[in-house]
Design a protein around this ligand. Structure first.
Ligand code: TYD
Length: 238
């Protein structure tokens, strides 16, 4: 891990948005980790508790973001990792300002992201070799400094990912045909993110069955929702 030492002041720049009664969550993991299934189940659970729940995906979620999604995932030539990182960051900045911050301002809202900053750390930072500090630097200006209150990292092995992808048999996009080594470095990247952002990222073993995992997620989220918010931060843009 030491070769990726990141200055603590850089890590400290990343903070959750502070809107009374509203929460920002994200799900992370490699292909086949079960993000979509668990997000759908959590959405149901929270709606039964009378929260307004919004699920957003990255890249995408806005008109501009969906065009960027097309451009990256259907790329026919290899993109430079720096170009990839900036494309994802652009889509992210747009989604944050156009949708997320406005929605979180409505009390009693939970915004759930399917992938966020940690995908950039794992995919562009480690697997595509750009470097983790480089990713954090790109994100060090508001609104990209905003991070979720809680990130659920569904960890599976590259072998389980491969098996689940075979069962799905869906066409492969720009990132999905890169082989086991790529998936191993993604796991390395996610583990590193989980270590850097210990307080935010909850790493769960997602090789096991989906319903057991569902309860663990519900538990963690319930704890977060019932926790007293820290002092509200009114100088988000500084
Ligand atoms: P998607 O079809 O949403 O993947 P999944 O269903 O696995 O979530 O495609 C998003 C792809 O983009 C996925 O392979 C991960 C990649 N990605 C990055 O490389 N960097 C990022 O910052 C984000 C958000 C996604």
């Amino acid at each position: 891990m030491t070769k990726y030492t990141i200055p603590q002041e850089l890590i400290n720049k990343f903070r959750a948005p502070e809107f009374p009664g509203s929460f920002f969550l994200s799900f992370e993991g490699i292909e086949g980790a079960g993000k979509s299934t668990q997000i759908a189940k959590l959405k149901d659970y929270l709606e039964h508790k009378n929260y307004r729940v919004l699920v957003l995906r990255e890249p995408g979620g806005t008109f501009f973001g969906e065009r960027l999604r097309e451009a990256v995932l259907n790329a026919k030539t290899e993109l430079h990792p720096l170009a990839e990182a900036h494309l994802f960051a652009s889509s992210r900045a747009q989604l944050l300002t156009e949708v997320t911050l406005k929605e979180l301002a409505v009390p009693n809202t939970v915004v759930i992201y399917d992938r966020y900053l940690d995908s950039s750390i794992a995919y562009q930072g480690i697997a595509r070799g750009l470097g983790v500090k480089e990713i954090l630097d790109i994100h060090s200006i508001f609104p990209l400094t905003l991070v979720p209150h809680l990130t659920i990292y569904l960890k599976i092995t590259p072998e389980v990912s491969e098996k689940r992808q075979k069962i799905r048999n869906a066409p492969k996009d720009y990132f999905e045909s890169r082989g086991i080594k790529f998936y191993e470095s993604l796991v390395e990247g996610y583990d590193l993110a989980a270590e850097m952002f210990k307080d935010r990222i909850l790493k769960l073993d997602a090789n096991k069955n989906f319903s057991e995992l569902e309860l663990e997620i519900q538990d963690a989220v319930t704890k977060l929702l019932s926790s007293k918010p820290k002092t509200w931060n009114n100088d988000l843009e500084t």
